[in-house]
Design a protein around this ligand. Structure first.
Ligand SMILES: [Zn+2]
Length: 391
């Protein structure tokens, strides 16, 4: 079947204007304020037969689930994107961050690449499918989430829906320059604190210095072996001690020192096991260093996520891209954590990450997304929907 008729229903102009409208909602998270933006998406889709359900978070915050009903013979295909953005920062922007200026074949603004452009491309694709009178064997669902940039509250609410277990696949339109991501590293952020005993700075022998205990801990931490299998696409497990706080005053022996460590885990690394390894490490130091006492607390985590290339949904997507769009999709590393870290570990869902925009522009000043790239993404989403729901 040729999809030219379907592809003709989308235009770069329409997607650019949708992106501009979405950029104009300031959804900086925190606090998010995503509700008006997801209501806008719902109002755009309702005339095309989508039933819209809001998952309520707070007064100004909600996640949208918009459904185009299929016959139910197959699980739903979910187009997913988040609508919140990270703060603008202090650098000045060439184009104002919340105006959605269209210039030079691009839409400019905070969230253009990460990932309002991707949401706009999915909206256009969903509308085109709805207008095509295809006999859908499963629902086409568009989910637009709140909270991705902080705690993934929208994705967690979606994953808790009983129906989510029966979804066929999720496509996330995070920026990958329209290449396909199937795996991402996990996030593991422990805070480690050493304890001591205060004393006057002039009589350190009467105290226990928590900062010096941390110095000893960090020297051993550098040598600590944390096992992992290098991943063919994701590469290595990494760890980096990125903050340190200790002491109150130059003439007081500190009784407390804390570090935060950013660890990025690989598929196959179990977070509970990693925590046990770190606890055993602290216990060993307590046995070796007189007066040593330390605790560890996990401040945030998201498990690593991987969808195998052999998965049916992946194979169908690769086939559809080739057959209908003439594209051989390269499989690439996703450099950041996405909502796949919620959908894959909790539901075992095949989750594919592909969207317009350069991933290097995410969270940067002068963010933009290319209009032609958004159009190409929309065609790929249409091809995926036809292959997975109507073929
Ligand atoms: Zn994002």
């Amino acid at each position: 079947m040729s999809l030219q008729g379907l592809f003709a229903k989308i235009s770069g102009d329409e997607i650019a204007h949708l992106t501009r409208e979405l950029v104009r909602f300031d959804t900086t998270n925190p606090p998010g304020n995503e509700r008006r933006a997801v209501e806008f998406v719902a109002e755009s889709l309702k005339p095309f037969g989508f039933e819209c359900l809001f998952l309520e978070h707070e007064t100004q915050r909600a996640t949208l689930l918009a459904r185009l009903q299929g016959s139910g013979e197959r699980g739903a295909l979910v187009f997913n994107g988040h609508i919140d953005v990270v703060p603008v920062g202090v650098e000045s922007w060439q184009h104002p961050p919340f105006e959605g200026v269209i210039d030079g074949g691009k839409v400019w603004g905070r969230g253009a690449a990460d990932m309002k452009g991707g949401v706009a491309a999915m909206m256009a694709a969903a509308k085109a499918v709805a207008q095509a009178d295809l006999a859908l064997k499963g629902d086409l669902i568009l989910t637009v989430t709140a909270g991705e940039e902080v705690d993934m509250l929208g994705a967690r609410a979606l994953a808790a829906l009983p129906e989510a277990r029966h979804w066929q696949a999720v496509i996330i339109s995070e920026p990958t320059s329209n290449r396909l991501g199937l795996a991402e590293r996990g996030v593991f952020w422990p805070e480690i604190t050493t304890y001591g005993k205060t004393a006057h700075g002039s009589t350190p022998e009467l105290g226990v210095n928590a900062v010096m205990m941390m110095v000893k801990l960090l020297a051993e931490f550098e040598k600590l072996d944390i096992p992992f299998q290098p991943h063919p696409v994701l590469g290595e497990f990494t760890r980096s001690v990125n903050t340190i706080h200790g002491g109150v005053k130059v003439n007081v022996v500190p009784d407390r020192c804390s570090v935060m460590v950013d660890m990025r885990t690989l598929p196959g690394q179990d977070h509970a096991e990693l925590m046990r390894l770190l606890e055993a490490f602290l216990a060993r130091l307590a046995g070796e260093i007189p007066g040593f006492r330390a605790t560890i607390r996990l401040t945030y985590e998201l498990p690593p996520a991987e969808t195998p290339q052999e998965a049916e949904a992946v194979q169908k997507f690769l086939f559809a891209a080739k057959a209908h769009c003439g594209v051989d999709l390269p499989i690439v590393k996703v450099p950041f954590a996405t909502e796949a870290g919620v959908f894959v570990p909790t539901l075992g869902l095949s989750t594919l990450i592909l969207g317009p925009g350069d991933p290097a522009l995410a969270h940067q000043p002068d963010e933009f997304v290319g209009i032609a790239e958004m159009e190409e993404a929309a065609r790929l989403y249409i091809a995926a929907a036809v292959e997975m729901l109507a073929a």
